[in-house]
Write a protein that binds this ligand. Structure first.
Ligand code: BMA
Length: 360
């Protein structure tokens, strides 16, 4: 009897002392913190692997997923690939940009298997009006999906479908960045479309559903207001430390033809002030910081990567930067170079900087 008692005590002691092995989320958090601590920034590209400038994957099941505009010009895949879940809420087969969800799942897992990281954004339709994410005709939408609202039950089905997709990825960690650019007023969850409190409730409700109801604990939650809000306002809608792993910002360069110099200065100033603010917030809240979306549509500035983006971000401890998509079906809607693009050499030079990380 004594012997068994001793064994039981020893077992409890051993279990208590042994460190649990790190989860996929722990590993990804550490990886991103390490980049920031080492002064490195991982580079990401939206929808890389599933399409690029003038091409797209058509064989959902068998395509080897080896094509990438970034690889074509730099020899490497981006370290991070972004995908968008818009459309999953209605159980559609393809997302709002025509990417089949089965292909998206395969590409995300392939990228992770290759050693890369994956982030998901979500442009869901408007649950009250039936319009798209940009339908801002009603300021009652967020209220309508919160508990007690007329669309709450329907919206929970939308959350369920998005969570089903994330769950279907299996035991891998991914970044999830819902309800982005909330300090602008172009999405139904935007600044003038709901109060700060309603926004926070929307975010927390999403988190609670995924994490507490569904047990999806391998998600890094990213809060990303828009850079044009000005730094101070960007935290007004912060859901709280418990719900967030990454505090980020979306910030684009916009230039009218012939006004590139002015646009560059404005972009760099806005970005630097946003990042300086967020890095301080990150230190205080112990959070990762990122530039979750950026770019210059059409890249008419042929040295944008080394001459505009890099000088604006290099002095900040951010873990990644992601440029937006190269639409296969809209020739002018691209934010990264492709094979044959005249500014490709500048991206290659950017990708070879020692503090910029792509996937070897
Ligand atoms: C926008 C544009 C749209 C696209 C949307 C969601 O910035 O690229 O064409 O549908 O993102 O990916």
């Amino acid at each position: 009897m004594k012997k068994y008692l001793f064994m039981a005590v020893a077992l409890v002691f051993a279990l208590g002392c042994s460190k649990p092995s790190p989860t996929p989320k722990d590993v990804l958090v550490k990886r991103l913190f390490t980049y920031a601590e080492n002064g490195q920034i991982a580079y990401g590209h939206q929808d890389d692997l599933v399409y690029g400038h003038s091409w797209c994957v058509t064989d959902v099941e068998n395509d080897p997923l080896e094509r990438s505009d970034i690889k074509a010009v730099s020899g490497k895949y981006p370290a991070l690939v972004g995908f968008d879940l818009g459309g999953i809420e209605l159980a559609e087969e393809k997302n709002l940009d025509g990417v089949p969800f089965d292909l998206m799942r395969r590409a995300a897992l392939k990228h992770i298997e290759r050693g890369g990281m994956v982030t998901f954004s979500w442009h869901p339709r408007n649950p009250l009006t039936g319009g798209d994410a940009w339908d801002i005709s009603s300021a009652e939408v967020v209220k309508s999906v919160l508990p007690g609202g007329e669309k709450n039950a329907d919206f929970r089905v939308w959350l369920q479908r998005a969570a089903d997709f994330v769950e279907s990825l299996g035991d891998v960690a991914v970044i999830f960045r819902p309800w982005h650019e909330n300090t602008g007023s172009w999405f139904w969850w935007g600044e003038k479309l709901c109060s700060n409190q309603e926004y926070q409730e929307l975010f927390r409700m999403t988190w609670l559903y995924f994490v507490k109801e569904r047990g999806l604990t391998n998600i890094l939650w990213c809060y990303s207001p828009g850079g044009d809000a000005g730094p101070q306002r960007s935290m007004d809608r912060y859901p709280g430390d418990e719900f967030i792993d990454i505090i980020a910002v979306d910030s684009y360069e916009f230039s009218a033809p012939g006004f590139l110099d002015q646009a560059r200065v404005r972009y760099q100033e806005e970005l630097k002030s946003a990042l300086a603010f967020l890095v301080a917030v990150g230190t205080e809240h112990h959070k990762l910081i990122a530039l979750s979306e950026t770019g210059l549509e059409g890249l008419q500035d042929l040295t944008w990567w080394t001459g505009t983006l890099y000088p604006a971000i290099k002095d900040f401890s951010i873990s990644y930067v992601l440029t937006w998509r190269n639409a296969w079906d809209k020739p002018g809607h691209f934010y990264a170079p492709w094979d044959g693009f005249e500014g490709a050499a500048d991206f290659k030079a950017f990708s070879e900087l020692e503090d910029i990380v792509l996937l070897d």
